[in-house]
Design a protein around this ligand. Sequence first.
Ligand code: SF4
Length: 559
Amino acid sequence: MARYVLVSDSTLSYEYRNFPLLDFLPSAPSKAIPELIYRFLRGSPPPAHPSGEAVFAPYGLRKLEASLLRKFQRNEVVVAHEDYLDRFITDDTEIIGVTTMDPLGIGPTTMSYYALFGGEMMAWVRKDWDSLIEKINALRSGKKAKLVVGGPGVWEFTVLRDEIEKYNFDYIVQGEIDDIADMLFEQISEDSIDSSMFQRGYVTYDSSFRRIQKNDDLFIARGITGSSYPRIEDIPEIAGPANKGIVEVMRGCGIGCDFCEVTLRPLRYNSLDRITSEVRTNARAGQTNAWLHSDEIFGYKHGNRFVPNEEALAELFSSVTSIKGVKTANPTHGRISIPAGYPEMMEKLSGILKAGPSNWIGIQTGVETGSDRLAMKHMPNKTMPLRIGPDGSWQEIVWQGVYVETMNYWRPAFTVQVGQEGETAEDEWDTIAMINRLSNSYAGGRPFEFTVTPLVNVPLGRIKSRSLNRNMLTANQLAVYYASYRHLAKMAVRDGYRESRGNFMARLGTGSIISGGGFMMLKYVESVARKNGVDIEKVKKWGVERNVEFSTLASISNA
Ligand code: SF4
């Protein structure tokens, strides 16, 4: 039987009816979304092989599997489907490895819902996490199997350290270990962790975003000696298909926004051979979409001043879309200044991706603010190679970017932040103006296509003390929420049915819930905002009653 049983947090395994942005559904508070609706919107359970192994797994879990396969035999490592864990956890199991993204429900999107709904911090992500760990602990009871967790959500265990004893973890692994996971697993199995390779403790950040090292025997990270991150050539290729056909194009970012941890990691590009080979692995298993992951796709092999590398991007996209079985492809994240400044390149890339009315290219974009002052303070390079001032205001750059994207059938999913360091009421109303102007704009006779999700910056101290309630947001921040949800409700009505997938009943159910849910959410946000003194009529008109017209940017200085 397998020595190492790998499984993912179940919220990472569902398809969420392949509806844009519905992957964030588990971030919703469990008291706000009834279980019946939550289970319906998640869609069918992920597929399993007859053996009980998962057909698809989160990309990070596939990397862990690949790392273990460098040292161990195929029959010693298994990626299990959550529903069939009982077939794999036996007396021979040495380690159960679990990967997670938002186990305790304190990730940015989840927090943004708590800010609205208040009350107990119990999102669906946490409910599902608790039941998975309960199941694993029951199955390993009386056996030697150790429980080891890792993945991008591990920081949450460092924040709510006092709440995790009940999970009975043996170890929590922090950071990138794709190149040495095989050694770590072997050492954990043998109770002989080499302190020159691995240190006990975790890294956290202070209020000025400085790294702090804390000693804690429950946590394991790479040793202080040697590289803090794997070299790209030491990261193994996935050996099984990943959820949603995802493959990693690059790690790190380099843009340098002062609130973002990604930028602290070194920038590393996967080779085209590696990327296409992993896409083939996914395509052979039936994934028809290739989801090209990076934190900033337009930074792929970029030039000076973050000038996009058109040739490299075109080669990347065309190599991927020409793979047998791949029908569509889209990048996960990208900044808005590139569509704004490079419309011809976007047209070319859209042609390669076969973007069109029935193939909108979804991309997540952190716009963060409508304020020039805050953009220059917190993310001065995000506009590069454009510059706020010579190339227009931040709002003009964003407007131009969405104009070009809508013309070319790209649909950005924006996030805006409230509660940024140094933020004033004026900044918040700038963000409202930006959202309203975008929401009222057209390109080629089509309304601008974008979503906008407000996120709240919650100080870690406040999360730790659990002093979260509806007073978390000021009236002006609630006004930003209202403007965002007003646009989201408009999008839900426009796209709720059009973007639903499946048979007639599934489309009808999903479309109705999305459209109706968007309206109900708007009404809820409106009532919270009104109670807190927000002038709703003022929000609706802000930024559009002066009928400010943005047109194409005059030029790209020095680009
Ligand atoms: S561009 Fe995005 S990923 Fe890069 S540092 Fe800024 S916020 Fe982080």
